[in-house]
Design a protein around this ligand. Structure first.
Ligand code: DGL
Length: 263
């Protein structure tokens, strides 16, 4: 196998980043790694994430020898991107809340950021808001429920608009939330619930995520290595074997991941 691109998340969320990468670069060899033994990240402390993620990525890089790694997780990126870059000798693309594109398109100048509890409390989010959305009111809400629901949906369970509505309300019901017109999906699990979130919206909301921008960044960094090639099947790797992984097989195939292995 040619050297792959490694895409990493705590669970299936990174598939929302894999999809635009595959759409742009169908011939890319992909290893999709999910740290399900450490899932969920969003309820963990900064210290736990900062210790776990660089060490695990080190093991994955040793095993799969990728040309580039994508941390397809806002929680891991906003906490540990600098540690990972310092520890690894290859280009690392992170996933950070898409506050900049949201600010570019908001007409009401009120933006919602929906992420994990760990992500929405990061100083990284303060910095993005100050730099790119200085004239906007930026409201935040952390939800671990949406992460669970995205995992459940991809494992074949039924998830409805009524299931996601209370999580969206956590944002829209805040003071000023009635003027939000743009919502940043600042957790890679959440675009997997785009249909349900749109159906649960009490008015037209624009949902923004970083997937397409990350795909363009990967193509740029790979340069000639990203030349068009026939589509090839990717591999998924999990850090623990369990019944949930078995239940995900169909969804993984639909994202082009034909085989599943355990690290
Ligand atoms: N998908 C991850 C993110 O983008 C986190 C999900 C979790 O493990 O809590 O933040």
């Amino acid at each position: 196998m040619t050297a792959p691109v490694l895409i990493f998340d705590s669970g299936v969320g990174g598939l929302s980043v894999l999809a635009p990468i595959r759409a742009l670069l169908p011939g890319l060899a992909i290893v999709y790694a999910a740290d399900n033994a450490g899932f969920p990240y969003g309820t963990k402390s900064e210290a736990e994430i900062a210790a776990r993620v660089p060490a695990l990525l080190g093991r994955l890089v040793e095993r799969y020898r990728p040309v580039l790694a994508v941390i397809a997780c806002n929680t891991a990126s906003t906490i540990a991107l600098a540690h990972v870059r310092a520890a690894l000798d290859l280009p690392v693309v992170g996933t950070v809340p898409a506050i900049k594109p949201a600010a570019e398109q908001s007409l009401t100048r009120v933006i919602g950021v929906l992420g994990t509890a760990a992500t929405v409390r990061q100083p990284y989010v303060d910095r993005l808001s100050a730099e790119f959305a200085g004239d906007c009111l930026v409201l935040r809400h952390g939800s671990s429920r949406l992460v669970e629901l995205a995992e459940a949906r991809l494992a074949g369970e039924k998830v409805t608009a009524a299931d996601v509505a209370p999580e969206l309300a956590g944002l829209l019901d805040q003071p000023g939330g009635d003027r939000i017109d743009t919502v940043v999906l600042a957790c890679t699990h959440f675009p997997l619930l785009a249909t349900e979130l749109a159906a649960a919206s009490p008015r037209l909301l624009h949902f923004v995520d970083g997937g397409a921008g990350i795909a363009r960044r990967v193509a740029h960094l790979l340069g000639p290595m990203a030349a068009p090639a026939p589509p090839i099947a990717g591999r998924a790797v999990f850090t623990r074997a369990d019944a949930h992984v078995d239940a995900l097989a169909g969804a993984l195939k639909s994202f082009g991941l034909a085989s599943v292995e355990i690290l």
